[in-house]
Write a protein that binds this ligand. Structure first.
Ligand code: HEC
Length: 266
């Protein structure tokens, strides 16, 4: 199915007149703008704040002292500086892996339980969606400011960049195959050019997002995993070094843009 669409892309892109393209894009933009009113992500945000403050797990502790990089318990603006290096864990972490870490160290919740269900659906939802919804909402409007000063973050960025252009799988796709040119589209989804500042900013700062088609809030790790699927790659391991490397690459490239999520998407 996807193969057909990708094969049909040149026809879609160059076969239609520019006018029809613009008109469709206008319509999509209008639909998206309408969706922004009354985003159900607010329900996840409210639940996330609650989960953050609840005493849970074998240690009966809350996450309120979890350090997201700006000091224990500081949530405001924290997401705009992630991923970053965390000395207490000895590695670079994005928000989601940091939350799993804090659930383990502060609450005693085993890794498998904290991380196991993020890519699941429906009733299998985890707390990570709610927590990321709330924490990211506390960075809304904050300008993205990821630093590569720490050598491990720089290393993660380099690995992420390499991965972005790495071709493989049955179709020999790289992320760049679908996201390396402007104006590409699959069905009605326009594909942001993530190799350009504008595209990276748009593609990064609008996640997590409430997916109307799935009735679920989806995180950035989920977005990456879904594109691994698009790419016919094996499943992404949640919170893996590679997932954080790709996130670092895209987050850094979004620097300078105001963070604008949780968003709502089709
Ligand atoms: C076969 C084409 C294809 C490949 C390969 C692919 N993607 Fe995607 N990507 C898509 C499509 C289609 C969407 C939009 C999906 C939707 O809206 O449902 C998307 C959306 C995204 C978005 C969100 C953009 C936004 O504005 O919401 C990001 C970020 C992203 N991809 C990153 C990646 C990364 C990183 C890789 C490589 C690991 C990758 N993609 C590989 C097709 C692809």
């Amino acid at each position: 199915m996807h193969r057909l669409w990708v094969a049909a892309l040149p026809t879609l892109l160059w076969g239609c007149g520019a006018w029809a393209q613009d008109k469709t894009l206008d319509e999509i933009a209008r639909y998206r703008a309408q969706l922004q009113d009354g985003n159900p992500a607010e329900l996840w945000e409210a639940r996330g704040e609650d989960v953050w403050k609840q005493k849970r797990g074998p240690k009966k502790a809350s996450l309120e002292q979890c350090d997201l990089g700006k000091g224990p318990g500081v949530v405001k603006g924290a997401y705009a500086e992630l991923p970053r290096y965390f000395a207490d864990a000895g590695r670079v972490m994005d928000l989601e892996s940091r939350l799993v870490h804090c659930m383990g160290t502060r609450q005693g919740i085993p890794h498998a339980e904290a991380a196991g269900r993020v890519f699941g659906s429906g009733s299998k939802r985890s707390d990570i969606e709610a927590l990321t919804a709330w924490i990211t909402s506390e960075s809304k409007g904050v300008v993205m400011n990821v630093s590569l000063d720490h050598p491990q973050v720089k290393q993660a960025y380099n690995l992420g960049e390499k991965m972005f252009f790495f071709r493989g799988g049955p179709h020999d796709f790289a992320c760049a195959t679908c996201h390396g040119e402007s104006g590409k589209r699959i069905r009605l989804q326009d594909l942001p050019n993530l190799t350009e500042k504008k595209g990276a900013q748009l593609g990064y700062t609008t996640w997590p997002a409430y997916r109307v088609s799935q009735g679920e809030l989806r995180t950035f790790q989920w977005r990456l995993n879904d594109c691994f699927r698009q790419q016919r790659f094996p499943d992404l391991v949640f919170g893996s070094e590679l997932s954080i490397a790709l996130t670092t690459y895209l987050a850094y490239n979004a620097n300078g843009a105001a963070f604008n999520a949780p968003a709502i998407k089709r």
